[in-house]
Ligand binder design. Structure first.
Ligand code: AMP
Length: 235
């Protein structure tokens, strides 16, 4: 189960799913530089490996793989993997090199750990599609298992980046899932949702879109970028 650490209950719910589907659960912790754009938050991304290991111990993960930069990106490296068509649009448009970084690191983690099954969160729905394409195209012998998005009591999707938010920002952030649900019910269009999010206090709305039977969005609150998606019941 690949993660970038700063673990929350969303990550831990995936460990529970992994435990039901495998004898041994290995969780990787690696903040992958190649999936961040130069202007993004790589340097200040939250890191707390000791607390992460404690949380993983408590939920019964069997091993943690926390490789160094050099292990994942040796000087001689011939195994970059390019993301396929699912990477086009949405996140791929806002973050052009992001998914190539994701496919490269996940393929390397798979080669190092050799899992039979791998659990990925639906929170990163486009990522799930991109990884699925990679596994199919490269005939990787790994079964992908999606895990549902864990949310706080206001519906806000748990995210390591929520730690960046002030109490006021948190209040705004909690509007995101509510607006997406309105689109999902067919009550408002994606255009109306964009306007509603801007009126609700978000500083930028990078997209609100319907794809893969989901309503997906990326927004910014100050420097913090948040994504979410819900099942689309509008059709
Ligand atoms: P990250 O550490 O952000 O790279 O996420 C590691 C894994 O946890 C990815 O498969 C994410 O989709 C998943 N994940 C992140 N947030 C949540 C959440 N709120 N609920 C379920 N899974 C999540």
């Amino acid at each position: 189960m690949p993660t970038m650490g700063a673990l929350h209950d969303g990550h831990l719910s995936l460990v529970e799913i992994a435990k039901k589907n495998a004898d041994k659960v290995v969780v990787s912790i690696f903040v992958n530089p190649t999936q961040f754009l130069p202007q993004e938050d790589y340097a200040r991304y939250p890191r707390d490996e000791e607390a992460d290991i404690e949380k993983l111990r408590a939920v019964g993960a069997h091993a943690v793989y926390a490789p160094s930069q050099d292990e994942m990106y040796p000087v001689v490296s011939v195994s970059d993997v390019h993301a396929g068509p699912a990477a086009q649009g949405l996140e791929g448009e806002s973050r052009p090199t992001h998914f190539d970084g994701v496919t490269t690191i996940v393929s390397r983690l798979f080669r190092h750990v050799k899992p039979h099954v791998a659990v990925f969160g639906e929170k990163d729905y486009q990522q799930l599609q991109v990884i699925r394409e990679m596994v199919d195209d490269l005939h990787m012998a790994v079964e992908l298992i999606p895990g549902p998005t864990m949310r706080d009591e206001h519906g806000l999707a748990l995210s390591s980046r929520n730690t960046y938010l002030s109490p006021k920002d948190l209040e705004t952030a909690r509007k995101l899932n509510k607006v997406l649900r309105e689109v999902a019910k067919g009550k408002i269009t994606t255009e109306a949702a964009t306007q509603k999010l801007l009126d609700g206090g978000f500083d930028d709305v990078q997209y609100v879109a319907q794809r893969w039977g989901r309503v997906l969005a990326a927004v910014k609150l100050g420097r913090t970028r948040l994504i979410d998606n819900v099942v689309d019941n509008s059709h």
